[in-house]
Every structure is written in C-alpha cells, then in structure tokens.
Ligand binder design. Structure first.
Ligand code: GLN
Length: 447
C-alpha cells in the first residue's frame, strides 16, 4: 500500500509506470502474507517489484512502449514473471515505461511520453529501461526488471544512482520477453544495491526449455558470497574506455572508485580492448538487422494495432505499421532491411558479424590476465530532455561503453560511484561468462 500511495502521489511528475496493477498487487500481497504465515515462501516473498513493460504478463497490458501494442494483453506470462511472482512470491506493482521496443537511450521514444529523471526532472533517466530506473530511484518500487540489448540496464542505472546488472547471455530466459535483437537481448534487474540486485537476479535466472538460447548450467549462489573479501581480485582498466570523449569529472569519480577498490586489496592494471571503437558501428548493423526481422510479425493481422478501412492486404500491412511504429523504430527497420538486402548483406551484415568476433576475442584475451574489466558506464551524467532527440547518431554514441558486453555476451554491471553537480555517475564492471557472482561481490564490497 505504501508503494501504491507513493506511485499515485509522485508518478504524475515522473511518468515511470505505463500500468499500475493496484488491485492485483494487493491480492498478491495477501497471498504472500498467507504463505509467510504458513512458514513458506522465501527471501523475496511479499517484496514489491515493478516489471518493465517488455515482459508479457497474463491479463495485464504489455505495450513495449509502443502504440503498436497499446491494445495487447498477453495470454501467458514471461518465464521470469512466473519465477518472480508465482514462484518467489514478489508483488507486481505495475509495468514500467520504456523506449519503444527498447530502442533508445533516453526513454524519449516511448509512445507513452518521456520519463523524467528523479534527480533532476529536466533531464532524461536514460533508456531504454527509463521507467524501471526512475521508479526505483524515486522509491516507487524497491527493484525493477529491465532488459539490456546494448546498455539499457546499465546506462539508465548509471544516470539514476542505481545498481543494474545484465547477466551472461542465456542466463535469464527470454521467453515472453518481447524481442528486439535476439542475439543481444538479455533480461536483468535494477535495484538500490548489489545485494538487492543479487536476490532478484537469483530468482530470475536459470535454464528454460522454452528459450532455445537458454543455458542449461547451474546458476550457483549469487547471494552468499557477497561478503567475501576482494583481496587479490585482478581488475583491468581498458585504456580505450578512458580516452577522448569521457568527461573529466566522470573520469575522476571513476578513478576515485578504483582507489577504494585498490585499498580493499584489488590489483589494478591497464589493459587494452583494441576493437572497442568498432562496437557502436557493429551494433548498429547487427541490432537493426535482427530488429527488422523480429518486428516483421507486427502486421496488423494477428495482434497489435490494425489500421482502419484498409483497401487491401498490402494497404493493411503498410498503414498498420506506419501508424503503429514511431520514427525511431521505423528508422531501425529501414536500416535493418537495408543491411540484410541482396548485395549489401556481405558488405554490412556479414562484416559486422566478423567484427563482433574480434570484439569477443578482445575480452577473451583480457580475461586471461584479469578477473574483471572496469570503466565508466557513460561518457557523462544525465543530459537534458530533448537535447539529443534530433540527432540519432549522438544518441547512439551514448552506448559507447556498454555495447561491447552485449556483442560478446558477457555479464556486466553498473553501480554508482558518486555525483557530479548533484547528478549520479556510473561505474561499469564487466566479467567473464557466468561470473555474475564475482561482479556482484565486487560491487557489494565497494558499496
Ligand atoms: N540504446 C541502445 C539502442 O537504442 C540500446 C538499447 C537497449 O539496450 N535496449 O539500441
């Protein structure tokens, strides 16, 4: 009830929720009480949670931030929704705002309007999980689910003083998570601390036979090891992540955090990820290509927005898609179909796949000599609403430090390492495959 009251009082200023499921939340809370009274349930039973509106929730609208799905009510729950609510007993408060189909870095592409950053409501909260982070940062949920295709968990967590983790690709099921770029999409969590994030990630993770890319490998215990010392932990600082383009004040906060970790016994060294400059261009071929294919399903026939008074089938497709998708989604579909088309496939898509392998190789080499890679999450603090909406390329450059982890499929986390002029600064830690526990431990020790 307390969270629902805060949402009602404060969310009109932030716009962090698309749907608030008050009645259902109170019923789930009652059920949690009953479970706990019987001595059943676990550490998360009865704890409220907000869901990014990209996860299918049976009986509750799942819009993905798009007019295309404004009328869509999924007939089933995403695997993680079942795991967190039915199994762990968390209470769903509602569905969070997001960039349309998770395409964006500022939550300004949402059909439901932008989300404001609670630290300064003239600024963006980051994206695409802008609603998730704004809700948690403002105390409208203790934690929220989020997804990360190129940075959408870590960049918004950085801009709002939260901890956000994108696990290893395949660690968390994508079943019932609306697809953007399937080889990059990964679900995770944003929370106020690494410890909170560890509990939620633990409950979300695990093999799912309904997702063909899910990994059948034990998750291990993400929580018990949080208190371990980081003495001897080898942390590499890639020189490419501290080069031109990084704001001086951000660099200095990140270096302060490095000193704190060093004082705790971490062994710091400089490393190189030489192909880093190629990650943004590679991503902006691979992600739109996959998106153009995934979004072909929205044809106005099966579900989603359908244009009125179509003259024939082709007209129905064209008008439903023109009306249902916003400009950024249309731009991605155009780029994606272009790079996949005959004659351009080799020059763009195949080339991007080859470069992706080089980026992966950089990390493989790095993890031969270090345990974690550390750098800034973003080049600067949260920018003003509207500042980059007319310039897609400058918006795309927001993900310069986060995209490589998606291309390689490795886990990565962002945590706050201080403030510049009252605005949060994020520190990014990247780990080797399946090293979520180590990432969370390092973040928890710092916190
Ligand atoms: N900002 C990136 C994009 O627009 C990443 C989004 C994401 O991770 N979902 O594609």
């Amino acid at each position: 009830q307390q969270y629902l009251q805060r949402i009602e009082a404060l969310d009109p200023q932030l716009n962090s929720y698309i749907s608030v499921t008050a009645e259902q939340a109170l019923a789930q809370a009652d059920a949690a009480d009953t479970r706990l009274a019987r001595g059943e349930g676990g550490p998360l039973t009865g704890i409220p949670l907000a869901q990014k509106d990209i996860f299918c929730t049976q009986g509750v609208k799942t819009s993905c931030g798009s007019k295309m799905l404004d009328n869509f009510v999924a007939p089933y729950d995403a695997t993680i929704v079942g795991k967190l609510h039915a199994d762990a007993g968390m209470v769903m408060l509602g569905k969070c705002n997001m960039d349309e189909f998770a395409m964006g870095s500022s939550n300004e592409t949402s059909w439901y309007g932008p989300v404001k950053n609670p630290w300064d409501t003239t600024r963006v909260p980051g994206g695409s999980s802008g609603g998730s982070v704004a809700a948690v940062a403002a105390g409208l949920a203790p934690a929220a689910t989020a997804t990360d295709t190129g940075g959408s968990i870590r960049q918004p967590a950085a801009l709002t003083n939260l901890t956000g983790i994108k696990p290893t690709y395949g660690r968390v099921s994508r079943y019932g998570m609306i697809a953007f770029a399937s080889s990059l999409d990964q679900a995770g969590v944003v929370a106020r601390s690494a410890e909170d994030a560890a509990y939620v990630l633990q409950a979300m993770s695990g093999f799912d036979p309904l997702d063909s890319t899910s990994i059948d490998r034990p998750v291990g215990d993400l929580v018990t090891g949080l208190g371990q010392s980081i003495k001897g932990l080898r942390i590499g600082l890639p020189r490419e992540y501290f080069a031109e383009g990084l704001a001086d004040a951000v660099r200095s906060r990140v270096m302060d955090a490095v000193k704190v970790l060093e004082a705790q016994g971490a062994v710091i060294s400089e490393i190189s990820l030489p192909n880093s400059p190629l990650s943004v261009p590679t991503y902006y071929v691979v992600a739109p290509a996959e998106a153009s294919s995934n979004l072909a399903r929205y044809d106005g026939v099966r579900y989603g927005h359908r244009a009125a008074d179509a003259k024939n089938l082709e007209d129905l497709y064209k008008r439903s898609r023109a009306e249902g998708f916003g400009p950024e989604v249309q731009r991605r579909i155009m780029v994606g179909t272009y790079v996949l088309s005959h004659g351009y496939y080799d020059a763009y898509y195949l080339k991007a796949q080859k470069v992706r392998k080089l980026i992966y190789d950089d990390f493989r080499r790095a993890f031969e000599s270090v345990d974690l890679v550390l750098g800034p999450t973003t080049t600067d603090v949260a920018f003003a609403l509207g500042a980059k909406t007319d310039d897609p390329v400058s918006m795309y450059l927001n993900d310069i430090y986060t995209i490589a982890a998606n291309l390689a499929g490795i886990p990565a986390l962002s945590l706050s390492c201080g403030f510049v002029d009252g605005l949060p600064v994020g520190l990014q830690l990247m780990g080797n495959y399946f090293d979520e526990a180590r990432l969370l431990n390092a973040a928890h020790q710092y916190q």
